[in-house]
Design a protein around this ligand. Structure first.
Ligand code: ZN
Length: 480
């Protein structure tokens, strides 16, 4: 039996506000436990939440970038459940009335594009963190709770079940992360949990309309794990179905070390949470003017920038995709092109030499030791004929590792090209004088001998002769 894979995705994006969703506490990552808390986010009786305007703005801007409709009459609801890291005993979220609805993201699939529909995106607050292991001083089997994260604003973005393979999920996630990072509403860091994804996956016999029973996956914190977890789950469900078994609707955890998913809990339904409108919060009314004001602040988004790179700089689609895959990289590229208007050359160097060094040292492009100015100065040395392209490639790692200028390194290594016409002419004359047999061959039509002359000139100059000039001189002399 062949099965069709059906995948939908919930993504929690932590919004880059300075304060929490309903109180003034800070949101910085990695501070000592429980130092960013107050009576509101600790859920003390008698305290009242106040909506963070900045978080609402970020939600609206994201919704607009995702082609969503923005709801003008919003309400917050209480989602009730008990967990030690949830001090109030409920999470403030949006239920029937999410702030954004009915959008989409376009992803690249097999040479074409595909639309993944966004069902909704809603605002909510995060819970705290339970710490079960790795405690300093020995925890003796105790668990501790850190409420620094409790109340941090989240935007939960939910798709329709439109994806048909793990690769499509990864493409969607990358596209979404790019948009969030471009908008500066989320830092997109999966390892630190500022972008968390929970795919749900089901199988159905090919051709069947009705959806199969879905399983939700949690605890995934990298693009690789998303792919691994989904591939594992497809195999597991296929096996169960082929053996005549039934899929249980449940939530499973990805165990990256074992490379398998394990049952976490059976699936809860919305009614288990006893949602009801939060009486502490007045309805949030958003004016059309505010939406339009925010629409005007939207930056150029990845898809638009990619298209512009193709049209404005004449780059191949591949280059444009790589260069716009992150905003800082695209900014770096454009800073170079401003100084040196040869986009394709710059693109080759950024995608090749620069990205190689950055990846090898795990350095983000924003901290690149080779600034656009330094890269361009190297390329200009090639243009001026001071060094060969090959020499420029040799120099690059040192340019990256040291603070020396390209000129300094060229001098130290004695890599200057010989371009001086008189000097080269002497060498060419010598080579031809001692290669009478080959000269005769060439003149009788054996043009392949040309490479021999170039090789001899290069040898005589220690490889430093400017190849363009050498070719030019040889051709002139051999004809004469
Ligand atoms: Zn607080």
């Amino acid at each position: 039996m062949t099965y069709e894979v059906v995948i939908g995705l919930e993504v929690h994006a932590q919004l880059l506000t300075e304060s929490k969703m309903f109180c003034g506490c800070g949101t910085r990552f990695g501070l000592p436990p429980n130092t960013q808390t107050c009576p509101v986010c600790l859920g003390m009786p008698g305290t009242l939440p106040v909506i963070n305007r900045k978080a609402v703005e970020m939600a609206i801007r994201t919704g607009l970038a995702l082609h969503c409709t923005i709801r003008t009459n919003n309400r917050f609801a209480r989602k009730n459940y008990f967990y030690p890291d949830l001090p109030k005993g409920y999470q403030i979220s949006q239920y029937e009335a999410p702030i954004c609805e009915n959008g989409f993201i376009e992803i690249a699939v097999g040479g074409g594009t595909k639309r993944v529909r966004i069902r909704r995106a809603h605002l909510e607050e995060d819970a705290g963190k339970s710490i079960h292991e790795g405690l300093a001083g020995g925890s003796r089997g105790a668990s501790l709770v850190d409420l620094n994260r409790a109340g941090t604003p989240l935007l939960e973005i939910v798709t329709e079940p439109d994806m048909r393979s793990p690769d499509e999920v990864v493409a969607y996630l990358k596209a979404l992360r790019d948009i969030l990072v471009y908008l500066e509403v989320c830092d997109g860091n999966m390892e630190q949990g500022s972008l968390r994804c929970e795919p749900n996956l089901s199988l159905r016999p090919a051709g069947q309309q009705r959806l199969g029973t879905k399983v939700e996956l949690k605890n995934i914190n990298s693009f690789r794990f998303v792919k691994d977890a989904l591939e594992y789950e497809i195999k597991r469900q296929t096996k169960v179905l082929n053996e005549g078994g039934k899929i249980d609707q449940e939530t499973r955890l990805w165990d990256a070390e074992k490379g398998e998913t394990v049952t976490m809990r059976s699936k809860e339904e919305a009614h288990d949470y006893r949602y009801f409108p939060d009486p502490d919060l007045v309805p949030l009314n958003i004016s059309q003017e505010w939406i339009e004001e925010l629409r005007a602040t939207l930056p150029e988004l990845p898809a638009g920038r990619r298209q512009r790179f193709i049209e404005e700089y004449g780059l191949p689609e591949y280059d444009a995709s790589v260069l716009t895959s992150s905003k800082p990289l695209a900014d770096y590229f454009e800073a170079c092109v401003k100084l040196y208007n040869q986009p394709k050359t710059v693109s080759n160097w950024v995608m090749g030499e620069l990205l190689r060094e950055l990846n090898n040292s795990g350095t983000p492009v924003t901290a690149s030791p080779v600034s656009p100015e330094r890269l361009v100065s190297l390329l200009q040395l090639v243009d001026k004929g001071t060094i060969s392209l090959k020499a420029a490639r040799e120099i690059f790692p040192e340019l990256y590792a040291s603070q020396k200028t390209a000129e300094q390194i060229v001098k130290e290594k004695g890599l200057e090209q010989v371009s001086d016409e008189a000097t080269l002419e002497n060498v060419v004359d010598e080579v031809l004088a001692r290669s009478q047999a080959q000269v005769a061959q060439y003149r009788s039509g054996k043009e392949a001998v040309f490479g021999f002359f170039v090789g001899q000139v290069m040898k005589a100059t220690g490889g430093k002769a400017n190849p363009g000039k050498v070719n030019e001189l040889l051709k002139r002399k051999l004809v004469g």
